[in-house]
Design a protein around this ligand. Structure first.
Ligand code: FCB
Length: 451
């Protein structure tokens, strides 16, 4: 079971990495971490499968050295991780938690000691509950709170980072969490959504200002994209797919790159937007050094005229699916990367910051034969290569995820890791996909590439 691609198919400077996020692996019960809105969301009946929480997760808080050894031993050159706002500032503001600062200080050194490039994300979703009480992403003040938190992290570890992203997946922070209600804070309200969709970008803008003032290099943001197809050739379904594309794919990148929101979506959302939002667009579109792209699947949309705006629903597609029921569609990654360069990012470097799949992995005779995952990685890497061969400046690729972990509202059942985690014993077992990456990146020689 190997990839058909070789390391030498990519430029020497192309970065291969593995990605994680704080709440999904650390164990929020440890180290005097503050309560986040994910803790309270998960404590609410019906929100998370099996009522699972991130309290213990992968116990990475105590096992990060072992976990980083695994990143290095696979031959990866970079590690993407996030700092938890609640661990650093248990009340969201005010006095930092000494244990939290120490943890990220030691983590940054441990990443560097292994010759890995640290890719930091400042917000991967665990908003301190104290700030949620004040309206969280609905409150314009969140931008200032986030900037103050950013300043603390910048001063603590900023100069040791290879690259820093402000926010992971603004669509999830706003739409998924305030309109669909599937993630914390679990709201379903269009006014809250419109505010969150703007404030998340304003918070990004304020954080970039702080990071620039602290001379932190290589600044970006991580957006998620989902290739959007209409369910039929009818005008109504084509328009439904366009609405989904506008909300999911165009809203954030158009604001960041061109300083405007897509007119077709703003038509409806304008009534719910915060007053004077246009005055923020210059700051929101300040230049970045790179864009992070998370890609997993496509969606197929049909018009649902009896539903309120955006009056659409997803239909099941015909392609093979992952354990998330997501279709495997590598061409969508190619199409996304090509479109980004053409319509939005031009020569701005792109890094694929997440790509991967969940499967029902089981240990049999001490091994996990996750063949579908190897093919998934191989085919998506081929899509990246196709885009780079056509001139899209993609500089790196991070597999999601290093470890099986807490898959948010779906709990621990959805396994995305290159490394299997037994949650009873916390034992780590590298899967066949981990070995396939290792053979691709460093062969059997054991030589570790530092790119
Ligand atoms: C992305 C998230 C990441 C993980 C993957 C499967 O949306 O950024 O934390 O949950 O999906």
């Amino acid at each position: 079971m190997d990839m058909t691609l070789a390391r030498t198919d990519f430029p020497a400077e192309f970065i291969f990495g593995a990605a994680t996020a704080a709440y999904q692996i650390e164990g929020a019960a440890h180290g005097n971490c503050g309560v986040s809105h994910w803790d309270t969301f998960a404590a609410t009946p019906g929100n998370v499968v099996n009522a699972e929480t991130g309290a213990l997760a992968c116990d990475h808080y105590h096992r990060f050295c072992e976990d980083l050894d695994l990143v290095r031993a696979a031959g990866f050159g970079a590690y993407r991780f996030s700092t938890s706002w609640s661990r650093i500032l248990p009340e969201g503001r005010g006095t930092p938690n000494r244990d939290g600062l120490d943890f990220y200080d030691r983590l940054a050194d441990a990443i560097l000691e292994r010759g890995l490039k640290p890719y930091l994300t400042l917000y991967h979703w665990e908003l301190p509950a104290a700030l949620s009480d004040l309206g969280g992403w609905r409150n314009r003040d969140v931008a200032g709170w986030f900037a103050d938190y950013t300043e603390i992290v910048a001063k603590l570890i900023g100069d040791r980072m290879a690259a820093v992203a402000t926010i992971n997946e603004p669509w999830c922070v706003s739409w998924l969490s305030h309109f669909i209600g599937a993630h914390a804070p679990g709201m379903r309200d269009i006014r809250a959504t419109a505010r969150a969709m703007h404030h998340v970008l304003l918070a990004h803008a304020r954080a970039i200002e702080v990071l620039r003032a602290n001379a932190i290099p290589k600044l970006g943001i991580v957006l998620n994209f989902e290739h959007a197809n209409p369910a039929s050739n009818s005008d109504a379904d084509i328009a439904a797919a366009k609405r989904h594309d506008g909300i999911y794919n165009r809203w954030f990148v158009q604001a960041l790159m061109h300083g405007t929101y897509p007119a077709d979506i703003l038509d409806t959302l304008a009534a719910h937007m915060p007053t004077g939002f246009n005055d923020d667009m210059a700051a929101i579109s300040a230049p970045l050094d790179w864009l992070g792209v998370n890609y997993y699947t496509r969606s197929i949309l049909r018009d649902a005229p009896r539903q309120p705006w955006p009056s659409l629903e997803a239909v099941e597609g015909p392609l093979p699916k992952t354990a998330m029921d997501w279709e495997v569609y590598p061409d969508g990654l190619y199409a996304t990367l090509s479109r980004l360069k053409r319509d939005y990012t031009g020569d701005l470097p792109i890094i694929v910051t997440e790509n991967g799949m969940a499967s029902d992995d089981r240990i049999e005779d001490g091994t996990i034969a996750d063949r579908q995952r190897i093919a998934y990685f191989n085919d998506h890497l081929a899509a990246v290569m196709r885009a780079t061969n056509e001139g899209v400046p993609v500089g790196g690729y991070f597999a999601w995820s290093l470890l099986d972990n807490y898959e948010w509202a779906l709990g621990y059942g959805k396994r995305f890791g290159l490394v299997h985690v037994d949650y009873e014993t916390q034992r780590r077992t590298p899967k066949a996909s981990y070995e396939a990456f290792r053979r691709m990146l460093i062969g059997d020689s054991g030589t570790i590439s530092l790119n």
